[in-house]
Design a protein around this ligand. Structure first.
Ligand SMILES: Nc1ncnc2c1ncn2[C@@H]1O[C@H](COP(=O)(O)OP(=O)(O)OP(=O)(O)O)[C@@H](O)[C@H]1O
Length: 206
């Protein structure tokens, strides 16, 4: 799997958020986008995911040298981000069963395996709307770590996590990104200190 960005740019109305962003992203590598609040990290991530259209340049996904249509990018990605909501009326078990209709878990893990992995066994039949923000974040990260897809995108991965859950994130993020392509948007070095490829969004401002 490879993502190729060539002179990628995004603007909202008349404001360029980034321009001339060119990079080849490869499986087995991790990439972090840093920059001040409002600089454009989440925007770049969403553009690379295909969820948000770019304003200029080219973006292609390739697997085994075959291009993938932009409308099919989403099948290869799981994103965990504060602005992406879980379905609040589902219980945790219902949410996971719903998710499995679209994306299986790695190694044929079951709903029960998932719930044990995120360490929330008591919340299996609780509706998501009654979850704390940290519990929701564990669910989002669990879906990213355990879904069977090639690309993981984590925006502010430890937001709302307490110290125990932050350690859980740190233990799992490297383990579950082996042979996958990992993206992190962050301003906290502890979230990405293992990451070799770090981009500052300010370097791509016009
Ligand atoms: N849909 C939108 N329409 C107009 N402007 C937008 C939109 N989404 C984001 N922006 C603007 O784009 C800029 C970059 O926002 P973005 O959320 O990508 O920053 P960020 O670096 O991820 O910030 P933070 O660290 O606070 O999460 C901001 O000025 C924001 O107001």
């Amino acid at each position: 799997m490879e993502i190729v960005a060539q002179n990628l740019g995004k603007k909202f109305r008349n404001e360029w958020i980034f321009r001339n962003f060119s990079q080849n992203f490869h499986a087995g590598e991790s990439y972090t986008f840093t920059g001040a609040n409002g600089s454009g990290k989440s925007t770049l991530l969403q553009v690379l995911s295909g969820f948000m259209p770019h304003s200029e340049g080219n973006l292609t996904y390739q697997t085994n040298h075959q291009s993938i249509e932009i409308d099919n990018f989403y099948k290869h990605i799981t994103i965990a981000a504060p602005y992406l909501e879980l379905i609040e009326d589902f219980t945790l078990a219902e949410l996971l069963q719903f998710h499995l209709k679209f994306k299986p878990f790695k190694n044929q893990l079951s709903v029960q395996d998932f719930i044990e992995f995120i360490e929330l066994p008591q919340a299996k039949n609780k509706e998501i709307k009654f979850f704390s923000s940290g519990m929701k974040q564990r669910v989002k990260l669990g879906l990213a770590f355990l879904s069977d897809c090639e690309i993981l995108m984590l925006d502010e991965p430890t937001s709302n996590l307490d110290a125990t859950a932050t350690n859980w994130y740190l233990e799992n993020v490297q383990k579950h990104s082996v042979n996958r392509m990992l993206f992190i948007c962050s301003n906290q070095p502890s979230e990405y200190e293992f990451c070799k490829n770090i981009f500052n969004i300010h370097d791509f401002k016009p």
